[in-house]
Design a protein around this ligand. Structure first.
Ligand code: HEC
Length: 466
C-alpha cells in the first residue's frame, strides 16, 4: 500500500493542496478521501435552484457540517459539458469547468458554506452537479480530515431540445451488389428539420466509403460509394445549430458480384494444327479477382476449335478469330491468329490490380509507393502519376517510387501506377486518394492486401515523418 502511493500521486490530474483541487468531486472514482483520512464523515449538501431556464445563471452553495469541523474545502463538477461552473469571488475558483474552494474556510455556526454559479446550457434537459466537501481539523495536513460527496440534479427548461431521429437510417438496396447505395435518414428537432446537418461516416467496414452529399441538410439522402465488398456499418449524425446531436446506424452488406471477365492472351498466335491455352479470370465490381472460382464456357468464332478448358486448337491460316469466355451472363474475349510462324512478340501488358491502399485514403508528406506488377516477360519500368502528371519512376525492382505529396495541392487526387514491359505494353491502375498537407497530421499506415497470387498487386506507402 505504502509503495503504491507515489505512483498514485504522479497520475493525479493536478497536485492537490489546501489551495484547492479539481477532479475529486466524486463525479469519477476519485475523491478528497484519496488523501484526506482519519476524520469523521461530515454532511455535505448542495443548495440552489432545482430548475434553471436555458442560458440562465443560478447561484448555488456547497455546505459542509459535522466531521472534524475546523475548516473545510470543496470541489464541484457537472455532467453536461455545455453547462458551465463559474466562480464566486472570495469563495470559489473555476478551473477546467469545475469549481473548488479558493481557500480553506473556517467553520462558523457548525458549518462552512461555499458559493459558486451554474450557467445553464441553452437547451433543455437535466444537469447533474457533483460536490465533495472536506471537513478538516485545521492541522494543515491530510490527517484527521474526511470528505463526503453529494449530487444535485438541476432541470434546465426552455431553450432548444436535442434533435432526435424520426426515421432511422436505411439503405436502398438493403444488400448491395453494385458499388453504390442510396442512404436515407430523417431527423426531427424543435427547430425546423431543414436546420439539421447530416454527417455520414463509416463505423466499420473493409474499405473506404465516400458519401455524396455529406455534412449538409441535403445529406439526409445521400449516395454511398463503396471501394470493397464486405459488411459495412454506416453511421449518420444529425446535428442542430446548438451542436446537439442524434445518431443512427445502418448495416450495409456489399456482395462481390462478377462484373467482368478478362481473357488471356488478348491477342494470341498459333501455328496450324497446334494448340494455344486461353485462361479467363472473373473480376468483381471493384476490379478485384473474385475469390470464388467461376466456371467458363468457351467458344471461338472464325476458325479452329476450343475445348471446355479453354484449349484452342488451330486449323488453317487466318484470323483473328474471337475467343469468348462466358460465365453467369458475363463475357470476356480474346483473339487468336493462325500464322505460319509464331513471332515471339510480347503483346500482353503487365498486370496490376488494385488492392491497397483503399480509395479515399489520406496521404501526407513524402511517401514511397511500392508496386508489384506481373508480366509474362518482365516489367521494365514503373511510373507513378499524380493527377496524370508523372511524379517519379523506377527502372529496377523493387519497384519503389518516392513522391512528395506536398508538391501537389491538398485535396482529392488521382494516384496512377503504370507498369511497362520491354515491348512497351503498359498496365495501369488508378485510385482516388486525398492529399492532406500540411495542416493535418500524417495518416495512419495503410494495410497491404493481396488479391490472387498471379495478379497480386501491392501498393503500400512507407511514410516518413518530416
Ligand atoms: C492528492 C492528495 C489530495 C487530495 C486528493 C486532496 N487533498 Fe486536500 N490536501 C492535500 C495535502 C497534501 C494538504 C496539506 C498540504 C497543503 O495544504 O499543501 C491538503 C490540505 C487541504 C486542506 C487544509 C486541511 C487542514 O486540515 O488545514 C483542505 C481544506 C483541503 N486540502 C481540501 C481538499 C478538498 C476539498 C479535496 C477534495 C475535493 C482535497 N483537499 C483533496 C492533499 C490532497
Amino acid at each position: 500500500m505504502r509503495a503504491s502511493l507515489p505512483i498514485l500521486l504522479v497520475s493525479l490530474p493536478c497536485l492537490a493542496n489546501q489551495l484547492g483541487v479539481v477532479g475529486y468531486s466524486g463525479k469519477g472514482a476519485e475523491s478528497c478521501n484519496n488523501c484526506h483520512t482519519g476524520g469523521a464523515t461530515p454532511t455535505v449538501a448542495i443548495t440552489g435552484p432545482s430548475t434553471l431556464q436555458a442560458g440562465q445563471t443560478g447561484t448555488y452553495q456547497v455546505s459542509i457540517s459535522g466531521g472534524a469541523g475546523s475548516r473545510a474545502g470543496m470541489n464541484v463538477a457537472v455532467d453536461v459539458p455545455a453547462a458551465q461552473l463559474l466562480a464566486v469571488a472570495g469563495d470559489s475558483v473555476s478551473f477546467s469547468n469545475e469549481v473548488h474552494h479558493s481557500a480553506p474556510k473556517a467553520f462558523s455556526g457548525g458549518r462552512a458554506t461555499f458559493s459558486f454559479r451554474v450557467l445553464a446550457p441553452n437547451f433543455a434537459g437535466p444537469v447533474r452537479l457533483f460536490a465533495a466537501g472536506n471537513s478538516c481539523n485545521g492541522n494543515g495536513s491530510t490527517s484527521g480530515d474526511r470528505a463526503a460527496m453529494t449530487t444535485l440534479q438541476v432541470q434546465v427548461t426552455g431553450g432548444s431540445t436535442a434533435p432526435r431521429i424520426a426515421t432511422e437510417a436505411s439503405s436502398m438496396p438493403a444488400t448491395v451488389s453494385g458499388t453504390t447505395a442510396r442512404l436515407a435518414v430523417l431527423g426531427a428537432d424543435d427547430q425546423p428539420e431543414t436546420a439539421l446537418t447530416y454527417t455520414w461516416s463509416m463505423e466499420s467496414g473493409p474499405g473506404a466509403v465516400t458519401f455524396s452529399p455529406n455534412g449538409s441538410n441535403a445529406a439526409k439522402q445521400t449516395t454511398a460509394t463503396f471501394s470493397r465488398a464486405g459488411d459495412h456499418v454506416l453511421r449518420v449524425i444529425a446535428t442542430d445549430a446548438q451542436g446537439q446531436a442524434a445518431a443512427s446506424t445502418v448495416r450495409v452488406p456489399v456482395l462481390a458480384g462478377m462484373a467482368s471477365i478478362s481473357v488471356t492472351p488478348q491477342q494470341g498466335q498459333v501455328e496450324p494444327g497446334r494448340t494455344l491455352q486461353f485462361t479467363a479470370r472473373a473480376l468483381d465490381q471493384f476490379g478485384g479477382s473474385m475469390t470464388t472460382p467461376a466456371t467458363f464456357t468457351w467458344s471461338v468464332t472464325g476458325g479452329g476449335t476450343i475445348n471446355s478448358a479453354g484449349l484452342y486448337t488451330a486449323r488453317s491460316l487466318g484470323g483473328p478469330h474471337v475467343v469468348q469466355a462466358i460465365s453467369m451472363g458475363r463475357s470476356g474475349a480474346g483473339s487468336v491468329r493462325v500464322v505460319e510462324k509464331v513471332m515471339l512478340v510480347d503483346q500482353s501488358p503487365p498486370v496490376v490490380s488494385m488492392s491497397a491502399p483503399a480509395a479515399g485514403e489520406r496521404l501526407a508528406g513524402k511517401v514511397t509507393i511500392g508496386v508489384e506488377a506481373t508480366d509474362d516477360v518482365g516489367v521494365t519500368k514503373v511510373e507513378v502519376l499524380v493527377n496524370g502528371a508523372s511524379a517519379g519512376s523506377a527502372t529496377a525492382p523493387p519497384w519503389r517510387v518516392a513522391i512528395d505529396t506536398a508538391a501537389y495541392p491538398s485535396g482529392p487526387a488521382t494516384l496512377t501506377v503504370v507498369a511497362f514491359d520491354a515491348a512497351g505494353n503498359r498496365g495501369e491502375r488508378a485510385l482516388e486518394v486525398v492529399l492532406d498537407n500540411p495542416m493535418t497530421p500524417p495518416a495512419q499506415g495503410c494495410s497491404a492486401v493481396s488479391g490472387s497470387p498471379l495478379l497480386a498487386f501491392l501498393l503500400f506507402a512507407l511514410r516518413r515523418r518530416r
